[in-house]
Ligand binder design. Structure first.
Ligand SMILES: Cc1cc2nc3c(=O)[nH]c(=O)nc-3n(C[C@H](O)[C@H](O)[C@H](O)COP(=O)(O)OP(=O)(O)OC[C@H]3O[C@@H](n4cnc5c(N)ncnc54)[C@H](O)[C@@H]3O)c2cc1C
Length: 798
């Protein structure tokens, strides 16, 4: 066995071999995979092998489309069949709401370049004659989907990687992981020790155990999953073609042909975790105890949709464990707090996602970045609060809802409320309806007593109430809570030198705040934060709450050898944004500090007294109005909140939620990180010229950004007005020019004070007239020359 390799991948399931293959594809051939048993010894061997492209997250769909397309190439490279049955996937809907969901998926297919299209019930009868079409109203079909042979795919990846120089060590469990002072890993296996620069945990069912070898607890758990295979069925025997994989969303089942019978599986509500405390090391090519009773009601329902199923009888039942993360997406990337330890696990649909996961991990190791926006599967989207108890509750919810539709305005209830600020009960009393991000509860909007929001793809009953919140802020003053924002303190003798290298803007002087993007080495958008200098050698970075671990990981990775301390101080500060034309009048009543524009200008920060509390106040606002972000110790939050509310009562102060915030930021054309600003775009495309300073020293991504700003742009972020007054933009709608999909909406919201439907998108630089597909209808959209609300920003700077 080799004793050295550049990368060691632990685990020879479909995901591990895909990582190995993609490393070799990028030219890294000194790579090795270590497998405790034979290839496919985890979840992989008993998978149904189904593959499909659609996913709620467009970037996940993109990676699934990549995976699904890869198999023929893999067959050519490896000389090994993947057992590809490209029979397509038929998706069936029998309710109006589900039909609307289909419209949004069909819309996304336009820019994802996938062949998903609507089919009539007559076509359904031809594609899959086993379906009772009277039960359905709408159907979609993707001819690229189908199923593969799990074992053949795994061996094809492995062969193709070996052909390029990779080595695979079988029947060789990894027993220990140690890290040398130079960061290299010592992988202690049954056959000896291997030294590697990088280690990849692709341990699948045992990923938790492989994580523990490096002292980490990964938020994933195995769930039992069952499917049955029937005996031969006369209607199947007489088919003249293989039927496609067929998904009945209301029935929460997937079905495909298996020889002369059918294979049918379901995500039952009465679900079970497996091996909660840890996967036994001696679990091999075994199945779990079958329990058909648990899925019987789903099978009975399926018989009403595919009547011939009744004739089959059950030939065999497969019950196997498959690993889930709390949100059902994979767990990929460098693990925060460790050096050169990557995960490629939590992959619950290995035959739809394994190729994409392998490609992303290989890029990340080789380039230091994944090459596209993969936050939806980044291991850093989870934090310490995502412990085992949390993971149990969320994986239960997620498993049950695998085929259940989540409406765009719907918030899921499991594991909540988890993180609440001191004013949570007060906001609840005021009618706040909450969403959750990174465990934090934050208000969506404030509803009159007894009012709930109906889940819908259309305009909801929140509309008029959000409009009233916007009006109050635009005309008077409002409060939005910012406690959940991610806050990171960077301090120490080398803090300025270090941070100057991390961000593309010039650092602020003492008492000033600056918008500071962070770029990736290839000039892609990495982060978008405000940086406030609170002391000569101390900076407070404030950004999206969902990204606090993502940012601290990035800063920590680059701070090697510098005298700098990086502290996640999110819970040290609670925050309120007081904003609107009367904001100064309200705050001035609570402080002796002169808040006049000259004394306390825009983007300045002061440590002042607010009421009886010490507060860091930053003059900034995401609404486009005069505003102050007020940060205090959590124990002072109620005090400051109550004082502001009493001082604001005479000025028409109103609490507002994130929906009103989105409406107002769209009216100003402000993009937001994670939606409009992601690694899919670069700083030139994001129109960030004023935040990327080439007249300062070197910073990460500088060389790439210089090139991007010099080259002619093909697309750039722009605000669109969309002629849809009754159905609101949700984000991810395709945009057409001359009948061709040219972009997608990155975020959209109704601008309540300007009465316009607004959308942000990276549009081609030429042309002003576009169409946006909104719930199946194409409506006219035009490029706006400037923000529709206060384009000169006089209110913000007043
Ligand atoms: C019943 C069932 C049906 C399914 N149907 C589908 C489907 O239709 N389509 C689909 O896409 N997915 C399906 N899946 C899910 C699919 O099986 C998984 O997504 C996929 O197999 C995950 O692969 P993996 O490589 O991450 O993990 P695994 O297959 O679990 O592989 C992990 C590997 O790591 C090895 N390993 C662990 N610890 C060590 C160690 N210490 N040292 C060395 N090696 C180690 C193991 O031996 C194992 O081979 C199904 C799952 C089940 C249970």
């Amino acid at each position: 066995m080799k004793s050295q390799a550049r990368v060691v991948v632990i685990g020879g399931g479909v995901v591990g071999v895909s990582v190995l293959y993609h490393l070799t594809k990028r030219g890294w051939t000194d790579v090795m995979l270590v497998e405790r048993s034979e290839l496919t010894s985890g979840s992989t061997w008993h998978a149904a092998g189904g593959m499909h492209t659609i996913n709620g997250d467009p970037n996940m769909s993109h990676l699934q489309a990549y995976t699904v397309k890869l198999y023929e190439e893999l067959e050519r490279e490896s000389g090994q069949s993947c057992g590809v049955h490209r029979v397509g996937c038929l998706y069936l809907a029998g309710t109006e709401a589900r039909a609307e969901y289909f419209k949004t998926e069909l819309a996304k297919a336009h820019y994802l370049g996938i062949g998903l299209h609507e089919v009539s019930m007559d076509e359904v009868k031809k594609i899959n004659p086993l379906v009772d079409t009277s039960k359905f109203t709408k159907a979609m079909f993707d001819p690229a989907d189908g199923h593969v042979d799990p074992s053949s795919v795994t061996h094809a990846y492995a062969k193709a990687a070996k052909n390029k120089g990779a080595t695979i060590s079988l029947r060789n469990p990894v027993l220990e992981l140690k890290q040398k002072p130079n960061g290299h890993w010592l992988i202690v296996t049954k056959e000896g020790t291997i030294e590697a620069e990088y280690v990849v945990n692709a341990g699948g069912l045992w990923a938790r155990e492989v994580g523990r070898l490096a002292g980490i607890d990964l938020p994933i758990l195995p769930m039992e999953h069952e499917y049955i295979v029937t005996n031969a069925i006369p209607e199947v025997e007489t088919l003249d073609h293989e039927i496609p994989m067929t998904i009945d969303f209301e029935g929460e089942s997937y079905m495909r042909q298996e020889q002369k019978g059918l294979l049918i599986g379901t995500y039952e509500h009465d679900c079970r975790h497996w091996a909660l405390k840890g996967t036994p090391q001696d679990f091999g090519h075994e199945l779990l105890q079958e329990d058909v009773d648990r899925i019987w009601s789903a099978l009975e329902f399926a018989m009403t949709r595919y009547p011939c199923l009744e004739k089959g009888g059950i030939k065999r039942t497969i019950n196997g464990p498959m690993v889930f993360a709390p949100d059902g997406n994979p767990l990929v990337g460098p693990v925060p707090g460790l050096t050169n330890y990557f995960t490629a696990c939590g992959v619950m649909a290995g035959f739809s996602q394994g190729g994409g996961v392998g490609m992303v991990v290989a890029n990340w190791i080789i380039d230091g970045e994944p090459g596209m926006d993969v936050f939806a599967m980044d291991v850093a989207r989870f934090g310490p609060h995502n412990n085992r108890a949390f993971t149990i509750e969320k994986t239960t919810e997620n498993y049950r809802r695998r085929f259940t539709m989540t409406f765009p305005n719907e918030e899921l209830p499991a594991a909540r409320p988890l993180k609440t600020s001191p004013i949570y009960p007060l906001m609840k009393d005021e009618g706040a309806l909450f969403g959750a991000s990174f465990g934090w509860e934050y208000p969506l909007w404030f509803a009159p007593k007894g009012t709930k929001e109906e889940p819908t793809y259309r305009r909801s009953n929140a509309f008029a109430h959000v409009a009233a919140e916007v009006k109050a802020v635009r005309e008077h003053v409002g409060i939005w809570e910012t406690s959940s924002y991610g806050k990171i303190e960077v301090s120490g003798p080398d803090a300025a030198k270090f941070l100057d290298r991390m961000v593309s803007n010039k650092l602020p002087a003492l008492g000033r705040t600056v918008l500071c993007p962070m770029l990736s080495p290839n000039g892609r958008i990495f982060g978008d934060l405000t940086v406030t200098r609170t002391a000569e050698d101390t900076f407070l970075m404030i950004g999206s709450g969902a990204a606090e671990i993502y940012y601290t990981r990035w800063l920590g990775t680059h701070a090697k050898g510098e005298r700098v301390s990086i502290r996640n101080v999110t819970t040290d500060y609670s925050g309120l944004s007081l904003t609107g034309p009367k904001a100064r009048d309200v705050l001035q009543q609570l402080t002796e500090t002169d808040l006049g524009h000259t004394a306390f200008p825009f983007l300045h920060a002061r440590q002042i007294q607010v009421g009886l509390a010490d507060a860091l106040v930053i003059r900034a606002s995401f609404t486009g109005e005069l505003g102050y972000e007020i940060y205090v110790a959590p124990h002072n939050l109620i005090h400051v909140f109550e004082r502001l509310r009493s001082a604001g009562a005479a000025h028409g102060l109103k609490l507002f939620g994130v929906r009103a915030l989105h409406s107002m930021r769209m009216e100003k054309g402000y993009g937001s990180w994670g939606r409009d600003f992601t690694a899919d775009y670069n700083a030139a495309e994001a129109d960030w010229g004023r935040f990327v300073k080439f007249d300062k020293g070197d910073f990460i991504g500088r060389a790439a950004a210089e090139k991007q700003f010099k080259e002619p742009l093909t697309r750039k972020i722009w605000l669109l007005e969309v002629a849809s007054q009754e159905i609101d933009i949700m984000g991810a709608e395709p945009i057409f020019a001359g009948g061709k999909a040219v972009a997608r909406v990155t975020s959209g919201y109704f601008g309540h004070s300007v009465g316009k439907q607004l959308a942000l998108a990276y549009l081609p630089v030429a042309g002003d007239q576009f169409e946006v597909e909104v719930l199946g209808k194409r409506v006219a959209a035009s490029r706006l020359k400037e923000a529709p609300f206060d384009p000169s920003s006089s209110r913000l700077r007043s």
